[in-house]
Design a protein around this ligand. Structure first.
Ligand SMILES: [Zn+2]
Length: 76
């Protein structure tokens, strides 16, 4: 199953985005597919075994390092 490192996002770039709050110790979302996404800063797994459309365009705030991450294929 593919595993990706997410891209770090500046807070001002996340304005207006739907931010998922991850809590350290468990994935913010899990299940429904086979793609795993890790924090671009600390490599914590944020989205585990999700479908691509569940990760596309979402912003995840890492519960461990506090940085904002966006799915790496979603280029602005
Ligand atoms: Zn992190």
């Amino acid at each position: 199953m593919p595993q990706y490192d997410m891209m770090l996002l500046d807070p001002e770039d996340a304005e207006g985005a739907d931010i998922i709050r991850h809590e350290a110790g468990k994935p913010a979302r899990e299940g429904g597919g086979d793609e795993t996404y890790r924090c671009g800063g600390c490599k914590t797994k944020l989205l585990v075994n999700v479908a691509h459309h569940d990760a596309h365009g979402v912003v995840v705030k890492c519960g461990k390092c506090g940085r904002l991450n966006i799915e790496p294929h979603h280029h602005r």
